[in-house]
Design a protein around this ligand. Structure first.
Ligand code: PLP
Length: 386
């Protein structure tokens, strides 16, 4: 049909710019090694930071509850899809996060989209870090509020934008706590001070930090020791916790408001109860096995030093997420292919995920990696990039 010809043309154009993505297939478990398109590879491309996605204890938790709860939930949470396991997970999440209350969504994306869009509307303004995750950006757009984007981590710029926007009803500042493509932390302590000064709400997305950072694994807010009574925190169960779903934590009234008003909550079927059972098990592991996060932090520090010693740019990374910024999309892809030929999976991140000219390899370390895996990665990069 000619009316759809533009799609093939647009794809062709992507391909000529080396920006076309293709869908791969993974078989077997998520973990330290994966089988990708039939090929076994050492895996530096997951968000499974604590190595729990393939952990037996999580799959056993799902198996054990399935005879009682079944798979599907058959309704949105408000109708009758919210099960005792959802309620128990929310109770444990509130406790883990040291908050009054928690609400679980079917994904982290849905949690951000729903939460941001129900906190502000046309009469309000949002202030959003330039490198925020797509789900926060879409939440801002959906809300109808005036959108002000401040340069990444730039508090002077944020202050000047707040100064210009005086006639609004409510202000909301939104930020990732740990940025997914750069591995750096938001200046949360300063953001908290600014939010107080301007009487603004502050929503922090802990997707990459939950379970990994902070003395008890609560995330970057805990790691950076930020006073959190003002904050609205969003997180995911799908990354370090190895399960599926997202959550909002905060006061009773905030949670009640989201449950009433967040459209991605109200108009979407509740996640399988078995997914809640796996998340509950993962929260227990985060509590009982702190060595997972402390080892990961140590290994990340070690790898970053070795990459920098080779003269490679890891940007402002301060975490388990380490970009190697190469710039050119084609060169980045080429290096990723060379690594794959040596049995290593490191994703090449290209526009539109990052700005043009900022293509990079994105290394993510997990608690499942061994010291010799990291040595193998460093040696391979040295050979390829020499
Ligand atoms: C992955 C991610 C999300 C979405 O979480 P899912 O549970 O995968 O939908 C939200 N925010 C950030 C910063 C993320 O990296």
């Amino acid at each position: 049909m000619p009316v759809y010809d533009w799609i093939a043309d647009a794809l062709q154009q992507r391909e000529s710019q080396h920006l076309l993505r293709s869908l791969g297939v993974r078989s077997g478990l998520q973990g330290r090694t994966i089988i990708l398109n039939g090929k076994p590879l050492l895996n530096f491309g997951s968000n499974d930071y604590l190595g729990l996605a393939g952990d037996e204890r999580l799959s056993r938790a799902a198996q054990e509850c399935l005879p009682q709860v079944g798979w599907g939930t058959g309704a949105s949470p408000l109708i009758q899809g919210r099960t005792t396991l959802h309620a128990e997970l929310e109770r444990q999440l509130a406790e883990f996060e040291a908050c009054q209350s928690a609400l679980t969504f079917s994904s982290g994306f849905a949690a951000n989209l729903g939460a941001v869009a129900c906190l502000v509307d046309k009469q309000d303004a949002v202030f959003s870090d330039a490198l925020n995750h797509a789900s926060l950006i879409d939440g801002c757009r959906l809300s109808g509020a005036a959108i002000h984007i401040y340069q990444h981590g730039d508090m002077t710029h944020l202050r000047s934008l707040l100064q210009r926007e005086t006639a609004v009803r409510r202000r909301l500042i939104v930020t990732d706590s740990l940025f997914s493509m750069d591995g750096d932390f938001a200046p949360l302590a300063e953001l908290e001070v600014i939010a107080r000064e301007w009487n603004a709400m502050l929503l922090v997305d802990e997707a990459h930090a939950t379970g990994v950072w902070g003395a008890s694994g609560r995330g970057a807010v805990e790691h950076l020791q930020v006073v959190d009574e003002l904050l609205i925190r969003v997180g995911t169960l799908s990354k370090a916790l190895g399960s599926l779903g997202g959550f909002v934590v905060g006061s009773h009234s905030l949670v009640q408001w989201c449950a009433n008003q967040a459209r991605s909550y109200v108009f979407s079927t509740a996640a399988p109860a078995a997914a809640c059972a796996t998340a509950i098990t993962a929260l227990g592991i985060v509590r009982d096995e702190p060595q997972r996060r402390t080892n990961l932090q140590r290994q990340s520090e070690d790898l970053r030093k070795r990459l920098q010693a080779m003269g490679l740019s890891t940007g402002n990374s301060a975490s388990q997420i380490m970009p190697i910024i190469l710039g050119d999309a084609m060169q980045t892809l080429h290096v990723a292919q060379q690594l794959e030929m040596r049995g290593l999976f490191v994703p090449a991140i290209r526009p539109p995920s990052v700005p043009v000219g900022a293509s990079r390899l994105r290394i993510s370390l997990t608690a499942a990696h061994r010291d010799d895996d990291i040595a193998h990665l460093v040696d391979s990069l040295r050979e390829i990039l020499k």
